[in-house]
Design a binder for this molecule. Structure first.
Ligand SMILES: O=C(O)/C=C/C(=O)CC(=O)C(=O)O
Length: 232
């Protein structure tokens, strides 16, 4: 298996895991708080679904060779999330399922097209090869599965997924001016976040480091005293 095959297998597995975990969630539980401030689980589910559609727009742009945006504007994105959060549990589940299917189909088309190197622009402004949209999506699925507060932990993600997510999150966080440069180190690997001399060496398991970097719980890290990464 290539690294790209590993990633697609991890994405398929994590997506199924997320969808499976939502089956028994009641309407009442959907409208309870998630672990993201101000968002219920229903906001989060809507966000996960609209993110899939936003990434599909980027893939379609990459396939057509035309510039595309994930969302028409931040206001439209936020309004869709607020409106979607009022729906029933059944509607939320169907949306999560259908949007994940649309992403999977579009990403398969991209992989078959040979356009993986076409440059797309993320909502935050980063220009990345379209092939990285798979790991961008994996991040949304894994991190927000944890945020749904349904008992899922980052420690459940497999090794290749955690490695790919650490690389993606390190690049994304390294672009933030508020993030001090650090070196992440785990058994068998290390990764720089940001440029320049690291201000600290932060050590832990890949899940713990991913959790620390993105403001979630993945286990204990050492060496991070006094450093609080900005919001992911
Ligand atoms: O990687 C980025 O620059 C941006 C990612 C996102 O915007 C993910 C979302 O928060 C979203 O799709 O709404």
């Amino acid at each position: 298996m290539t690294a790209a095959d590993d990633l697609r297998a991890s994405l398929a597995h994590e997506t199924q895991h997320l969808l499976g975990a939502t089956i028994a969630v009641t309407d009442e539980q959907w409208h309870e708080p998630s672990s993201l401030p101000g968002w219920t689980r229903a906001h989060l589910a809507t966000h996960i679904a609209r993110n899939a559609d936003g990434l599909v727009r980027l893939i379609r742009g990459a396939l057509d060779g035309t510039p595309a945006q994930m969302y028409p504007s931040d206001e439209v994105r936020d309004a869709e999330i607020a409106e979607g959060a009022t729906r029933s549990g059944l509607e939320l589940q169907q949306d999560l399922d259908a949007s994940a299917g649309r992403f999977g189909q579009a990403f398969d088309e991209l992989a078959e097209s040979g356009r993986l190197d076409a440059v797309v622009t993320m909502r935050g402004g980063a220009e990345v090869p379209a092939g990285l949209l798979g790991v961008a999506r994996l991040g949304e699925v894994v991190l927000h599965h944890a945020d749904l507060a349904l008992g899922y932990s980052l420690t459940e993600a497999d090794g290749p997924a955690l490695q790919a997510l650490l690389e993606w999150a390190s690049r994304r966080m390294g672009r933030k001016p508020e993030m001090p440069p650090v070196l992440l180190r785990w058994e068998g690997g290390e990764l720089s976040v940001g440029e320049g001399e690291p201000t600290a060496v932060v050590e832990g398991t890949p899940a713990a480091l991913l959790g620390w970097l993105t403001g979630r719980d993945g286990g204990a890290v050492t060496g991070a005293d006094g450093i609080a990464p900005p919001p992911y």
